[in-house]
Design a protein around this ligand. Structure first.
Ligand SMILES: [Cu+2]
Length: 704
């Protein structure tokens, strides 16, 4: 929809005063890099250009690099493939599909059955975990590998951690040290793991963002992430932060307990991931999305792929007779011989009278949802690790990366009830010039079953679907003037954090502005922020360039004033002591989920149009909330609107701030906040030399 958006109402706006500077060609550290380049060749040479195209790299150089990377990747893949002994225990031998070097997927893959793919014990938090104030070290091993699995019955190549998706649970108490040994067992792709929502106080190099806080862990290599969970509790998640690897399954939950968590008592808990599912491997889709002509909409670049299904805890059913229109089956594809067998619904059992905490996590690559349970009222008690005064509701809107804990009281007649994650259709479908046949066939919703003990597990659900498209009883969101179908978070001044905190004061020079829009660069959709689109460094990470900089605090708002490339999108937060303020301005026709690393920010202001846009006539459209503003780490920025975020500048580091739509992130919708560079350089001087050498040594080694 980005491309569609840019050719729709956004194009009127971008005709104005902003003249984007073309970044280098839209290469990235994505998995699809070399394949994208090689498939793009024919388009660059043969397709007619719509108007003037400025190419900052000559075509011959582009072709040479593409060919060279292709050959190197091929050679490396071969060497690693031959020398790589560890494998998942084979459940049963898969047909030897000819995957050789296709997007780095090895030739022979294990097939993981659904009962092993999904770890219900962990997702139901039946782990006998002891909540305590005694600090401990929690140690995990993550083996990341390719395998074939079928979350909804349709087999696809996936990226699994310990053979699971959702991957292994990390469970700790506040104050604990978490240590995760990550083994990259993929044959030919780098990886990196990010701990979404964990603030990494004093450990920015453990944040796991490939190209920013580290170079990807190359195939056959390992890296140990270690960090302390400092004054945070609640619901978090981890996911690969390289390319679109999490789209194919590389994600899992993090639960932080605290004996002093300010939430009502509950009898039991469940983790419930809601997510979109693509039947096609993510990197294949990404290559098509970042091309001038996608498989799903050949006539218009930049249209995001619509998912094939929606899953609850990584599972759902599908109608195997319906072929995907997002990526129609291709007999020439090495994936063509995979099977489909229908899948299963997420199912969980509760006892009548119990109070259950559902920890909802949206792990999607594109879609957001309205979550509801037939016949049951929900009470919202936590947003992104922040305890709030309970809000009673029929359901809850959940954008990508956001977490919401709700309490469900099992006070209905014993029976089975549907749990639903419903796509707010009007937020997405009008912007997509095609229909996803597969998504349509599941009626744009995932269903699961909440089963009361005593009900036959196979009995027909008894509940009433209720209103699944009108959140919080509000008919009009006051921004677009249309009926609100859950495209936005609940109004920002409704949730009240129980740990009260006034808005922080902002230091001069610690304020930054972001303004984004979708437009074409070289026939390809890119998302421009301020004047350029983010392009990751090749074979380096922005963090490692920090110690070499000469910082001039007087140039704080001029981010081109030092040796980071413009397309590195580094925004400086220079001053300690007081807070920082980030204004995000949308010049786009749709909402976007913005996620900040390193901080739980305050949402202190919001309003239609650009921030300060009406200041000329002495008025402002910004609504302020300074007393006890909502805090979270992922916010939905509504269409054609602005939000004002603040945080205490208490965490020197390099912090990504980006849209969490996987496709947009790869299209350049990404900046990095460089917080207190002087202190960061000192911290890096004191960093464990072995860790630093190991992490920095990955740069230039792998093939992301
Ligand atoms: Cu976005």
């Amino acid at each position: 929809m980005g491309g569609h958006r840019s050719s729709g109402s956004t194009s009127r706006l971008i005709a104005g005063d902003v003249s984007p500077v073309l970044a280098s060609p839209p290469t990235s550290h994505t998995e699809a890099r070399w394949v994208y380049k090689s498939t793009a060749l024919s388009d660059f040479s043969s397709s007619p250009q719509d108007g003037p195209v400025r190419r900052s790299v000559p075509l011959w150089l582009f072709l040479t690099i593409a060919m060279f990377s292709f050959i190197v990747s091929l050679a490396l893949g071969l060497v690693v493939g031959l020398a790589w002994p560890p494998r998942l225990p084979t459940v049963f031998a898969a047909t030897p599909f000819n995957y050789s070097h296709f997007y780095g997927i090895p030739e022979r893959l294990d097939i993981v059955p659904i009962e092993r793919l999904i770890n219900s014990t962990e997702l139901d938090l039946r782990t006998d975990f002891q909540t305590s104030k005694e600090p401990a070290v929690r140690e995990y091993v993550f083996n990341i590998s390719h395998a074939v699995a079928a979350p909804d019955g349709f087999q696809k190549p996936m990226i699994l951690v310990n053979g699971q998706s959702p991957g292994p649970l990390i469970e700790a108490n506040v104050g604990d040290t978490i240590r995760v040994h990550v083994n990259n067992m993929m044959a030919a792709r780098d990886t990196a793991v990010h701990w979404h929502g964990i603030n990494q106080h004093g450990s920015t190099w453990m944040d796991g963002v490939a190209g920013v806080s580290q170079c990807g862990i190359p195939p056959g290599q390992n890296f140990t992430y270690e960090f302390v969970v400092d004054n945070q509790r609640g619901t978090y998640w981890w996911h690969s932060h390289l390319g679109v690897q999490y789209t194919d399954g590389a994600y899992g939950p993090i639960i932080i307990h605290d004996p002093e968590e300010m939430v009502p008592e509950t009898d039991e808990e469940r983790i419930v991931f809601v997510g979109d599912l693509y039947h096609t491997y993510g990197s294949v889709l990404l290559a098509s999305y970042l091309n001038s002509s996608s498989r799903w909409v050949p006539f218009e670049p930049g249209v995001e792929p619509l998912a094939d299904n929606i899953v609850l805890n990584g599972q759902h059913t599908t109608d195997c007779s319906v072929a995907s229109s997002t990526y129609p089956p291709d007999p020439a594809s090495p994936f063509a011989s995979l099977n489909c067998e229908g899948g299963q619904l997420y199912h969980t059992t509760i006892r009548h009278g119990q109070r259950i905490r559902l920890r909802l996590i949206n792990s999607s690559s594109f879609l957001s949802y309205w979550f509801s349970v037939d016949n049951h009222t929900l009470s919202i008690i936590e947003l992104d690790g922040v305890e709030i005064e309970p809000i009673s509701t029929r359901g809850v809107y959940l954008n990508i990366g956001q977490r919401v804990s709700v309490i469900l009281v099992a006070n209905q007649t014993v029976g089975n009830y549907y749990i639903r994650a419903t796509l707010p259709q009007t937020c997405f479908l009008p912007y997509a010039p095609y229909t996803s046949t597969t998504l349509e066939s599941v009626q744009y919703a995932a269903r699961g079953i909440l089963s009361y003990e005593g009900a036959s597990p196979d009995a027909e659900p008894v509940g009433v679907r209720g209103n699944v498209s009108n959140p919080y009883g509000v008919e009009n969101n006051g921004v677009r003037g249309d009926v609100w179908e859950g495209c936005d978070d609940m109004p920002f001044n409704i949730p009240k954090p129980r740990r009260e905190m006034a808005a922080v004061d902002v230091a001069d020079g610690n304020d930054q502005y972001i303004e984004y829009m979708f437009r074409q660069a070289q026939d390809v959709n890119r998302i421009f922020i301020n004047k350029t689109a983010y392009s990751p460094l090749e074979h380096n990470a922005t963090l490692w360039k920090v110690p070499g900089q000469k910082f001039d605090p007087s140039k704080a708002n001029s981010y081109g004033s030092w040796d980071f490339g413009l397309n590195q999108q580094v925004l400086l937060i220079p001053h300690a002591g007081k807070g920082a303020q980030i204004v995000i301005n949308s010049r786009d026709a749709m909402e976007h989920p913005w996620h900040m690393h390193g901080h739980t920010f305050q949402i202190v202001g919001w309003g239609p149009g650009l921030f300060g846009g009406a200041a000329a006539n002495g008025t402002t459209t910004t609504t302020w909330s300074l007393e006890n503003p909502m805090r979270r780490d992922t916010v939905t920025v509504p269409a054609q609107s602005h939000v004002v975020l603040r945080f205490a500048a208490d965490n020197p580091g390099l912090w990504a701030l980006h849209c969490h739509v996987a496709w947009h992130m790869e299209g350049g919708m990404f900046v990095s906040l460089l917080e207190r560079p002087g202190d960061l350089v000192k911290m890096m001087d004191d960093m464990d030399p072995e860790t630093r050498a190991r992490s920095q040594g990955f740069c230039g080694m792998g093939n992301g």
